[in-house]
Write a protein that binds this ligand. Structure first.
Ligand SMILES: NC(=O)c1ccc[n+]([C@@H]2O[C@H](COP(=O)([O-])OP(=O)(O)OC[C@H]3O[C@@H](n4cnc5c(N)ncnc54)[C@H](O)[C@@H]3O)[C@@H](O)[C@H]2O)c1
Length: 323
């Protein structure tokens, strides 16, 4: 297949592009490198440096690549930043995404896989979170992704665009070549691994009085390689739909830090801080629908194995992608 990957210089997009290339697909990566890295772009792909917010640029890129399908990873994805600068999030994630859909319509491209997020659910009353859980985002990031999901439905109804929208929970891990190197890192695992790498003196825990067994927040960690597998499967699905993707198991902040200690063989001192506003105690996915309907079955369910892959990558890339 010919697959057009927006955001393919970023963390998740680069690993998905690698999986597509490994199975022999032709891949065009479209990225403005605002957050991504040139070093994360697989040399077997065609790279176009462009911005979704420039309608001409995305239109020309889609016309040139003439893909069978699009995987849309490009977005801004920092919850805290979205609370400071909502314009950036609605502009890039909604307007930029709409430019992509318009370019697809103009060029007769009819299939898209979209990176949505568990942030569309806000603070759910019931956990595990399935696809019918009410969607009440509590920040502009989650709202922008929910808006794009609604836009997808309209483009399906009006223009016949087939979509699969994946609500990822917490992505972690690395492939052998590609890993997580966000310019501003807010994710727990890479931040904790910064301690054994010598980049931080301690890990921080926000809240130890949550109603969970050890008092710290529980999240659902999904390996980036399992996520890539889900995207490949999505290309075989004819139905347009929304799927939650996690492993269904929850891991607490303290358990993550313990796992990082085991994997890195470092004591990792911690500093306990008060809770952050809006942090739900437990966010875990019900992924039964994806398992049943697209045949997805995550291979990496052991947190030590996931963290080991992340650790190997950061140790072999002490300065990230160097750009
Ligand atoms: N990483 C996670 O834990 C997680 C969880 C849930 C959802 N997601 C979603 O998955 C997707 C990928 O996440 P990630 O962690 O790989 O993020 P990332 O920041 O590493 O990758 C996003 C890429 O998109 C590019 N980009 C952004 N705006 C662009 C634009 N206007 N034009 C062209 N390129 C643009 C960036 O340069 C970057 O390379 C995002 O849509 C994010 O919302 C990620």
């Amino acid at each position: 297949m010919k697959v057009f990957v927006t955001g393919g210089a970023g963390y998740v997009g680069s690993v998905c592009a690698e999986h597509l290339l490994d199975r022999g697909d032709e891949v065009t990566i479209f990225d403005n490198l605002s957050e991504g890295h040139r070093g994360a772009v697989d040399s077997r792909s065609t790279f176009i440096q462009g911005d979704l917010n420039d309608p001409k640029s995305i239109s020309l890129a889609i016309a040139t690549a003439a893909p069978d399908a699009v995987m849309h990873f490009a977005a801004n994805a920092l919850v805290g930043e979205s609370m400071q600068n909502p314009y950036k999030y609605f502009h890039n994630n909604v307007y930029g995404g709409s430019n992509l859909l318009h370019a697809m319509v103009e060029n007769g491209v009819r299939q898209i896989v979209f990176s949505s997020t568990c942030a569309i659910f806000g603070v759910p009353d019931v956990v595990p979170i399935d696809e019918n859980t009410p969607k009440n985002p509590i920040n502009p990031y989650g709202e922008s992704k929910l808006m794009f999901e609604k836009i997808l439905r309209w483009f399906h109804d009006i223009h016949g665009i087939n979509f699969v929208s994946f609500r990822y929970f917490n992505v972690a891990g690395a492939s052998q070549k590609l890993g997580e190197n966000h310019r501003i890192e807010t994710h727990l695992i890479p931040r904790v691994l910064n301690v054994p790498l010598g980049r931080s003196t301690h890990a921080e825990i926000y809240g130890t009085d949550f109603p969970t067994p050890d008092g710290t927040c529980i999240r659902d960690y999904i390996d980036v390689r399992d996520l890539a597998a889900a995207h490949l499967l999505a290309l075989t699905v004819s139905k347009s739909d929304f799927y939650n993707l996690g492993t269904g198991g929850g891991t607490s902040v303290k358990e993550i830090i313990d796992s990082c200690r085991r994997v890195s063989n470092h004591p990792i001192p911690v500093l306990e801080k008060p809770r952050r506003a809006g942090d739900p105690p437990r966010l875990v996915a019900a992924s039964k629908k994806a398992e049943k309907e697209i045949g997805w079955n995550p291979a990496f369910r052991n947190i030590d194995v996931i963290i080991e892959s992340a650790w190997k990558w950061v140790v072999s890339h002490p300065n990230g992608y160097n750009d």
